[in-house]
Design a protein around this ligand. Structure first.
Ligand code: G16
Length: 561
């Protein structure tokens, strides 16, 4: 798939009768509050009569598109993607949109959707994904709205959508046959043009403009072996086009690259637990030099060297420190931003580079204002997300290409680059422990108990650590002054080590408690230590402070990253 997507040409009619706008009476659902990244629910919830329609109408009513506006629609190919797209197209036509750009087969990775929204200056876009959550008839589905800057809608819009969803009484949709999504071209539905576009071309060209594809091609031709795992999710076609077609990598450099509605029964989350197939290859005999994976919708990434894992926090710091080695960032960075629970490794690099480093709440949407205002170029999160102002979403393949560009220039292994980084800046030893699907009341009880201890904790000595301060993180956006409170409990020790407790905003079953652990170690002789070993004392303190076992019955985390 090459070349730019074209402006609309000959328009095919989607059917004979395609103009009747229907107004359908409905009643509100009380559970359509968007979380960290849009509305995510089990597929059967979305399949309820009127459920998706109500939410889509609430989006359209809250954004009031001008007549004739253009919208982007695409998803990660999971179960219910195609059905949802047909509903959204018919609703968009009835709500006055003039054109919708939809990815062929209904496919658009989240970063590609952001790229297309920006490139064609559209009014916004609807992305269908539950990201890294499993798919299939009993899996998860999700929907979110992105604004004209290509980024997730800010809280004031998601709150307006939620408010409208609570009072909705009708929605509009056009009576028309389904649009054929499998062939690129233009179709007419009512008065609206549906342009089915190549989902890969615009994104791949953007990547070629940022990174030295010639240098990466030479690296691969010289015998440097890579393995990219698309986890049967959306990035398969993108990886094939970029690694095989454009960079000349051998066919066995990619795996699981056909998107499947149920992700091959897997959990498309690129971490050491769920991407175990790739991990076993990179830690096995005759391992490739470089491994990477991305998630359901292609915005997360995991980077591996031969028998070596790079934490997302370290990855952000290393990309920041080496950005000048790539064509797209050779002029330097305006600044860098990280979410609060992400380690402070990037802060140390920013300090040395003399650029600002911002600490935001969890959620990519918080980076949008900083990038739009030109305050930051790179952003990253501990949750396997890294990206830059080239779009307004995190970007899995971008991170992989960034790393390959650095390796091609430095001619060193992933492990050597990381160890040299630690030797220079010290190591922010880091780990996250997730306790998934715990009863909501028990999780809330843990958080309340921790908050109740704020008054007595400062000054307390716990093992070799002394509590300095504790708070519930709140953030004032430096661009628009909006305030976000209750963003996670921080317990900060006098040596800068931290424990953070947060409830996930992306789960669909019970509550997921995340415990983030960080300790700074400047001593090179310690840098070989496994993070769980180096953090053992802090892990014990976290359990003790939260009364985790007594309150939840959980002894061990579900996932450690
Ligand atoms: C989303 C957000 C990220 C966030 C992650 C985890 O990612 O876009 O900013 O870090 O969820 O959020 P939580 O800790 O609340 O579960 P994705 O990849 O799921 O869209």
């Amino acid at each position: 798939m090459t070349g730019n997507n074209k402006q609309p040409g000959e328009v095919k009619m989607s059917g004979e009768i395609a103009t009747t706008i229907q107004t359908i009476a409905t009643t509100p659902f009380n559970d359509q509050k968007p979380g960290t990244s849009g509305l995510r629910k089990r597929v059967p919830a979305f399949q309820q009569a009127h459920y998706l329609e109500n939410f889509v109408q609430a989006i359209f009513d809250s954004i009031s598109p001008p007549p004739g506006a253009t919208l982007v629609v695409g998803g990660d190919g999971r179960y219910y993607n195609r059905e949802a797209i047909q509903i959204i197209l018919k609703m968009a036509a009835a709500n006055g949109f003039g054109r919708v750009l939809v990815g062929q087969g209904g496919i658009l990775s989240t970063p590609a959707a952001s790229c297309v929204i920006r490139k064609y200056a559209t009014y916004g876009g609807i992305i269908l994904s539950a990201s890294h959550n499993p798919g299939g008839p009993d899996g998860d589905f999700g929907i979110k709205y992105n604004t004209a800057n290509g980024g997730p809608a800010p809280e004031k819009i998601t709150e307006a959508i939620f408010e409208l969803s609570k009072t909705i009484s009708q929605y509009r949709l056009i009576d028309a046959p389904d649009v054929a999504l499998d062939a690129t071209g233009d179709y007419l539905i009512g008065n609206m043009i549906v342009s089915v576009i190549d989902p890969v071309a615009d994104y791949a060209e953007l990547m070629e403009s940022l990174f030295d594809f010639g240098a990466i091609r030479a690296l691969l031709a010289g015998g440097f072996r890579i393995k990219f795992d698309a986890m049967h999710a959306v990035n398969g076609p993108y990886a094939r086009d970029i690694f095989i077609n454009r960079l000349g990598a051998p066919e066995d450099s990619i795996m699981n690259c056909v998107p499947l509605p149920d992700f091959g029964n897997g959990h498309p989350d690129p971490n050491l637990t769920y991407a175990h197939e790739l991990v076993e290859i990179l830690y096995g005999e005759n391992a490739p030099d470089f491994g990477a994976a991305s998630d359901g919708d292609g915005d997360r990434n995991m980077i591996l060297g031969k028998g070596f894992f790079v934490t997302p926090s370290d990855s952000l710091a290393i990309l920041t420190a080496n950005a000048k080695l790539t064509p797209g960032y050779s002029a330097g960075l305006a600044g860098v931003a990280r979410s609060m629970p992400t380690s402070a490794a990037a802060d140390r690099v920013a300090k040395e580079l003399g650029i600002p480093c911002y600490e935001t709440p969890t959620g990519w949407k918080f980076f949008g204002n900083l990038m739009d205002a030109g305050k930051v170029t790179l952003c990253g999160e501990e949750s396997f997300g890294t990206g830059s102002s080239h779009i307004r979403e995190k970007d899995g393949l971008w991170a992989v290409l960034f790393w390959l560009n650095i390796v091609a220039v430095r001619k060193q292994s992933v492990e050597t680059i990381t160890r040299e980084h630690w030797a220079h800046y010290g190591r922010n030893v880091y780990s996250r422990h997730d306790f998934e699907a715990i009863p909501t009341e028990a999780a809330n009880g843990v958080m309340k108990h921790l908050k109740d201890s704020f008054a007595t904790l400062p000054g307390q000595k716990l093992g070799s650590y002394t509590v300095d301060v504790c708070d519930d993180f709140s953030y004032t956006d430096p661009v628009d002054g909006s305030i976000s409170t209750g963003q996670g409990i921080r317990i900060i020790f006098t040596d800068g080590s931290r424990i953070v407790f947060r409830l996930s905003g992306t789960g669909t079953e019970g509550a997921t408690l995340r415990i983030y652990l960080e300790a700074y170690d400047p001593v090179i002789a310690n840098h070989h230590l496994d993070a769980q070993v180096a953090l053992a004392e802090l892990i014990g303190i976290a359990g003790q402070l939260s009364e985790l076992v007594a309150r939840t019955g959980r002894e061990q985390p579900t996932v450690i990253t």
